[in-house]
Design a protein around this ligand. Sequence first.
Ligand code: SF4
Ligand SMILES: [Mg+2]
Length: 427
Amino acid sequence: MTTTMTTPATFMVENCAMPFCKGCGHSHVLRKLNDALTKLQIPPSKVNLVTDIGCIGLADAMFETPHTVHTTHGRSTAFATGIELADSVLSDSKLKTIVLIGDGGAMIGLLHLVNAALLNADVTVLLCNNFLFGMTGGQHSAFSPLEFITPTTPDGNIIPPIDMCRVMMDARAEYVARKLATDKDLGEVIAEAIQHPGFAMVEIVELCTEHATGKNELTGNEIRNVIEEQGQEFGILSSATSRAEFGVLYADKNPRDQAYASEKGDDGIIPQYQSTLKQQVGIVIAGSAGERVQSAAKKLCEAAVVSNLHCTQKNDNPVTQGSGFSLSEVIISPNEIFYTGIETPDAVIVVSEDGMNELHEKHLLDRLTKSTVLILDSSLMKPHTEANIIEYPFRKEFGGAKAAMKAIEFYVKQSEVFPVEALAPVT
Ligand code: SF4
Ligand SMILES: [Mg+2]
C-alpha cells in the first residue's frame, strides 16, 4: 500500500522540553538523531525507534511521527532484530529500525547485539555510553572506566571496561563508530549508520551529569581522554559493505517466497472487492477462550484486506489460554493505520459471559457513545450504556464455537464496512 504521510520538517514533538537532567548527553543524541532523520527525508511511517529501559528510553515521548516501541531492559536490540527480519521477509524491507540503548542495557543484552551483528540485520544501534546505570542511581556498568567511583564501586572500579566497538567488529559488524555526544558531526555519522545496508552500531560517549561528575571530578572535556587512555579509539572504525544484509541473503535462498510476494502484492492477499468505507472503524470482539474468537477476528481482518482496506488486530486472553475471556481489537481503515489502540470503539461484539465480564473489568462499556453499535448474544444481560444495542441468539443458533464468526458476519452485513461476500471464502 502507498505511504501517504509526507516527510515532516522535524520528527520530534515541536518545542518539546527534554526530560533529562541539565547537561545530560542524551539531549544532544536525540537532537542529532532528529537532524539525521530530517536530513535523510525518510517517511516517518518507515522509521521505527526501539527504546530500552533507562533514561534514554524516555525518547519515545520526544518523537511524534515515527513508530516507537519501548521494550524491556537490555532486549531492545532483540525486538528490533525481530521487527527488521519480519520487514525483510514479509514486507518491502524499507523500514529503518533504530535502537536507543544505554551502556547498562547493552551489557544486559550483549548477546542480542552480537546476534544482530552476526545476522547483519538492517538495524542501527545508538549505544549511549555514560559509564553507569543512570536511571537506577548511578551504579557501575561494564563500561565504567578503571577507578570510576559509583555507589557500587565506592573505592574505585577494579574491572577493566568492555570495548564494545571491538566486540561488535569481532561479531562481524561492518559499520562501527565511536563518537562523543558533543561532536559536531554526530548527526552525519548517525545518518551514515542509518543508511548503511546491514547492522550498524554507533557508541556515543556522554556524561551523566547527575551521577558521574561529582565524585569523579569528570567534565565533558575530559571524557575523550578517559576513553583514549583505556586504549579505545574514536571515529568511524569500520564502514565495509562486504556482506549482504540478512534480508537479501534470505531472499536469495527463498525465491519462492519472493515470487509469491510479488504475485500477491505486499500483503500476500489479492484485493478482490471494493469498500466504500470513508474512515477508520474500531471493533472489539469479546468471548470465551477456546471458542475461536481470535480466529474469527483474523478472518474479519483477511476479509478487510481482500476488500482493499488496511487492518490491524490486537489480541488479549489470560495466561491460561484455554479458559476465561478471549478478546480481539480490530481496526479497519481505508488509510494506513499509524496507531493500533482503540479509545472509543465504533462496534463491540460480545458473545459470552466471559467476554462481557472482561469488558466490565476494563471499563470499556463505560466509554461507549450513542454512535457505538453493541452486538450482544441474547443470553447476556444488557449493560447500562448509551450504545445502540442489537441482540441476536448467536450461541443458541450456531453454538459457542461459531458464535463470534456469525456475530462478525452480522456486523459486516449491518455496517456495510465492506461487501459481506468478502467473508465468504473465509467463513
Ligand atoms: S540521571 Fe544521568 S543519564 Fe539520567 S537524565 Fe540525569 S544525567 Fe541523564
Ligand atoms: Mg548508562
